[in-house]
Design a protein around this ligand. Sequence first.
Ligand SMILES: Nc1ncnc2c1ncn2[C@@H]1O[C@H](COP(=O)(O)OP(=O)(O)OP(=O)(O)O)[C@@H](O)[C@H]1O
Ligand SMILES: [Mg+2]
Length: 1046
Amino acid sequence: MTHMVLEVKQSLDERCNQILRNMEASLTARDRVGIQDFVLLDAYTSESAFLDNLRKRFHENLIYTYIGTLLVSVNPYKELDIYSKKQMDTYMGVNFFELPPHIYALADNVFRTMQSEFNNHFILISGESGAGKTEASKKILQFYAVSCPSTKLLNNVRDRLLLSNPVLEAFGNAKTLKNDNSSRFGKYMDIQFDHQGGAVGGHILSYLLEKSRVVHQNHGERNFHIFYQLVEGGEEDLLRWLGLERNCQHYSYLVQGGCAKVSSINDKSDWRMVQKALSVIEFNESDIEHLFGIIASVLHLGNIKFVADVRGYASLNNNQEMHWVSKLLGIPAQVLQQGLTHRKIEAKAEEVFSPFSVDHAVYARDALAKAIYGRTFNWLVNKINESLANKDSSRKTVIGLLDIYGFEVFNVNSFEQFCINYCNEKLQQLFIQLTLKSEQEEYEMEGIEWEPVPYFNNKIICDLVEEKHRGIISLLDEECLRPGEATDLTLLEKMEETIGGHPHFVTHKLADQKTRKTLERGDFRLLHYAGEVTYCVVGFLDKNNDLLYRNGKEVMRQSKNAIIKHCFPSTEPDSKRRPETVVTQFKSSLVGLTEILMSKEPWYVRCIKPNEAKQPGRFDDVLVRHQVKYLGLMEHLRVRRAGFAYRRKYDIFLQRYKPLCPDTWPNWKGTAAEGVRCLIKHLGYKPDEYKMGRSKIFIRHPRTLFATEDAFQVCKHKLATRIQAKYKGYRVKGDYQKQRDAATKIENCWRGIMARKEREKRAWAVKVIKKFIKGFITRNQPACNDNSEYLAYVRQNYLTRLRENLPKTVLEKDSWLTPPPIMKEASQLLKKLYIRHMVGKYVQGITPQRKAQLVLKAQTSSMFKGKKENYPFSVCRPFVDTRIGAEDINIKVLQMIQHEHIKYSVPVVKYDRNGFRPRLRQLIFTQEAAYLVEEAKIKQRIDYISLKGVSVSNLSDNFLILHVTCDDIKQKGDLVLQCDYLFEALTKLSVIANKQNYIKVVQGSVRFDIQPGREGFVDFKSGQESMVYRAKNGHLMVESTRTKSR
Ligand SMILES: Nc1ncnc2c1ncn2[C@@H]1O[C@H](COP(=O)(O)OP(=O)(O)OP(=O)(O)O)[C@@H](O)[C@H]1O
Ligand SMILES: [Mg+2]
């Protein structure tokens, strides 16, 4: 903190030094260019010294000089190269006193104060006619147009703000004797800024347009510019359409001053400018058409001549001009003609048209022209306001520019000058209020030692004009409204009666001898703050009444011209009650203006006119001295010199600058005054630089404040960075906290969800288990609700298990999974199906050889299975095609039986029928018969037809007995054979001979025929050992070992 304070102090010192250097620089240049700020003038009480300084600078083309923050501007009457973009840049954002005085410096200062304090301001530009007020206001506007932040949208507003000027000037300015571009209306313009300083909108208030100029101009003066611009600059087509000629001399409303052409005015180029401006501020073609229709109508109206008919009444005989007005305003000619020559009188319930005299008709015509123009002007202002309006409702700050007609003194001064000068009195009063009076009152109130500065308070003149019942305005209104024959002269008399003794009022009658010489009988003179003005009372009542005959309004209401329609609404009350008089309206509008201004911070530009001849380089001492005096500049200077440049309430000052002192930052606990004392002590203010009032601190020199402000700016950025960092930290922390809270919340929610899910799951599980158990308990009951699911589960479970445990081969068919009771039937069906399926698969998979083999084996099985003891052992022994190859059969035998096709042959042991001696033989089966062969001999042929049967025992022996039909004794009998391949051989035989049923399995013994009539027996039995022998009974005994069945 101390480091920061040191830095701030350093920069403060630097700043002070720089300002001092600047001031010194300006002091050294003093002889050459005078003094930039009158506050630095040594002889500050001397009017001559003041004038000298102004003159010196004026001759050096230095037209601007300050009195503190007030800007004095002297009209140079020549173009100076001080308004370039470069100059604007130079003055942008620079402290007021750092550069030579300039209107840009003031504009910039106002803008920046507005920005930093976020409040409203106004710049009051005053001075007499031709002093340069309008020019000054335009320069300010141009400066803002260039210096304010710009966007496309803002540029739009900016263009409209800028271009509203040429339009209003064309319609509201005119050449007068005092000024070739004199504003004939008062203008207050608000420029609205958003919080970033962008100009976002505007609003214009206009005050009392000098309408009388439309119908009458003094010598050397012109009507409003727009008429000349139209006639001079308007395109041929347009003029033709409007029925106009390109000759101002042709129009009686344009020639009364005798100076339609002025060298300083280029109506043609101004016309082009106005055209461009109208398009920018959103006037569409029909608006423009209607607008110029009206302007042309006014010119035509002016040319309408009335002739007296035989009775002396005004008449219009097929008047060309009248037809043009009728066409342009879209009013039936008949109606218009009637309106121009007659007046409507309401007598009781009747309406009577009374004809005008020629004079009356001219009067009514002029009244109509004035009314049309005046109302159109107001419409124009409203239209411009529509285009400048900012619809955004966000808060804006404004800078108001008041460019209102200056104090005016002509040879002949009329009602308008009276109003204008009254307005200037009011503004002077405001100025006094806001500067001299309030300033001094403030010092007193704050208990600051102070020597009062005397000044002229113009309240007395304001009262003279506006006081209720006694003031000139009241008297004027009274005279206008009272019944009976009121004239301008009766007004004068009334004034003499009522305010005759007033020190600021004099008339011919009231004046002393000397003064009387300078006054006409119809004159009255007011001693304004700015000097004497003699007003000619003629026309006061008339102008104040501003009467437009009632049927004049009615005629206008029938117009097809949209603007006229708008200006003469049918809703306008045209009761017999009179509308407010002009001066009363004006007075109220000034009250409104004062209120607007009082709510804003004031800034002043005082414009001075150096000579009456509008010549550059001429400085008329008397003229300038007079203006210096009545503008109150000397008093202002004295108050400034004696006073303090800056004051602020303690709390506001402390609030702004407290960061500059460690004791007051960030919060001061004590009173604001103590805080400020502590702060300025820290900043090192010298005793003569400031004073402490009751509620405010007063700082004498701007430089002290600027130094403090600069220190604040430096400090502000550092503070801003710190605050930013803190804030960012705070934000991030907040964000983190938020995230953490959110995470916890989400976690909780998630846990909740999970817990609920778990609970649901468990509840479900309990239900399922319960159901399962119930199902289990009732599993054997008929299907019902309780067990249906369980049974379904059991079914599914069994099927699933069964699928995984199916027998892999046909042989495993007994390994079928035991089914639960409810699946018994299904299981059997499935088993059957499956086995079938396996068999099918197996069958499909086997070769034809194997199939043949299996067919044989099946055959064997059908013959022996369960019948013969040793059958099971044969199952695994595959059958072969033959046991003896053809090569092992004797060739002779082969030759003998080959034709029968040998199907099978096997070695056998043949037991003789007598004695049972065993002999090795070959047993061969052909297609036809079985042969017993011994080497080359066929020992026996048994035709299959003669084969009666085959017997085998049920035991494990390999004996077979072939029974043959034996009719012949020579024939051999039955054969007793032993064959190792018994099953194979018998199966083959049964197949070849087709003798399945012939094979018999017998128990005990077999009887056989040795030869017809002689029988033998073979006995079979089981024994310890396999043996074959001839038993004592002569039977062949075949003993075989008992085999265990597998
Ligand atoms: N700063 C200036 N630089 C050059 N010429 C200027 C300047 N100010 C004023 N003038 C000249 O003086 C003329 C009159 O100025 P301006 O119209 O601003 O007077 P005014 O104070 O508005 O008068 P009025 O009260 O009649 O409207 C301008 O037309 C211009 O020629
Ligand atoms: Mg002006």
